[in-house]
Design a protein around this ligand. Structure first.
Ligand SMILES: [Zn+2]
Length: 342
């Protein structure tokens, strides 16, 4: 089978389209024929060597897989050939204390598809059967591959890590990103009033189209002042943050008393200096969020089937053009998602 492999880390990294032996499913494993696979910042971190753990190379990236079951290993009873499935990228053991209570995002033996083992920028991928979900009627492969990672991350942030009450003000950072575009839609469905941010006119227009009531221009240094003005100086109740760097401290300037920032990433930097005084005086919270639970993954697909959550797809690339897709995502001009279709 064909696979795109990262040979050497860098910006850009060195990729090769390689012919690899067909994967043979072990006990409890399935082989999925990849129909579409989303590209994510996780892939860019892998490419640049920016992950905080060692990754043996060569490695086939690709963590957001939708496809068709094409082989099953021993002991796999629930899946048969031809089933259309989505693959949960945070592979979990299903047995540790956290998995037992439904917190697969905290699995003690968790592994990331496309990082810890070969992923979906290939004709076929091997994963444990337990991480599959059946694609609901009306959800096609591209929709699944554009929603199941970033969309379920936003679902986890807004329905598990933070809770939203109808009428809350929610600030979704980066409304044209995978997480941001899903967060706008989810918060809106939960009855929130949504403000978003964007660095270009096209990104701000997309955030509006997705349901943001107001969108502020983050290239203006006073953008947190804008957010406070829009909320009558009160500030917002919940902020969906995934940028880090100098954006996170500015988010605290936008946050109401008793408000919550939930963060799932740090694409602009992981080391952040915070002034703790206003945080404890205003009883604010900063909550981490990592991946998703099974329940979030299922909810994301169910919401997509119900038309409550729509993917935003910027571009689709064939497998052999995967390096160009990495360049496009890194260019920060992407509106929504970039997909690879082997
Ligand atoms: Zn576990």
């Amino acid at each position: 089978m064909k696979a795109i492999q990262l040979i050497t880390c860098g910006t850009p990294g060195k990729f090769e389209l390689r012919e690899l032996p067909e994967p043979q499913p072990g006990s409890g494993e399935v082989i999925v024929e990849v129909k579409a696979c989303g590209l994510n910042h996780l892939d860019l971190w892998l490419e640049s060597g920016g992950l905080p753990m060692p990754v043996p190379l060569p490695r086939t990236p690709g963590c957001e897989v939708a496809g068709v079951v094409c082989a099953v290993g021993a002991g796999v009873g629930e899946w048969k050939l031809g089933d259309a499935v989505a693959v949960q990228s945070n592979l979990f053991c299903g047995e540790c204390e956290f998995c037992q209570r439904g917190d697969e995002s905290l699995c003690l033996r968790g592994e990331l598809l496309g990082i810890g083992r070969d992923g979906g920028f290939a004709d076929r991928v091997m994963v444990p059967a337990r991480v599959l979900l059946r694609l609901p009627a009306g959800v096609d492969f591209a929709t699944s591959a554009a929603l199941t990672l970033a969309g379920s991350t936003a679902m986890h942030m807004l329905t598990n890590r933070a809770q939203i009450r109808a009428g809350d003000w929610v600030l979704a950072i980066g409304g044209a990103s995978g997480v941001g575009s899903a967060a706008i839609q989810i918060a809106k469905q939960l009855g929130a009033r949504v403000i978003s941010t964007g660095s270009t006119e096209a990104k701000r227009r997309l955030a509006k189209d997705l349901g943001a009531e107001f969108v502020v221009d983050v290239t203006q240094t006073h953008w947190p002042v804008e957010v406070r003005k829009l909320t009558n100086k009160r500030g917002v109740d919940v902020i969906v943050e995934h940028v880090g760097g100098d954006v996170l401290p500015k988010c605290f300037d936008c946050l109401a008393r008793g408000g919550t920032i939930v963060t799932c990433g740090a694409t602009a930097g992981r080391d952040v200096a915070l002034n703790l005084w206003p945080i404890f005086v205003k009883e604010q919270r900063l909550i981490g969020s990592y991946g998703r639970n099974r329940a979030d993954f299922r909810a994301t697909l169910d919401w997509a089937a119900a038309g409550k959550l729509k993917p935003v797809i910027d571009a689709c690339f064939p497998l052999d053009q995967t390096p160009a897709a990495f360049v496009k995502l890194r260019s920060r001009t992407v509106l929504g998602k970039v997909l690879i279709k082997p």
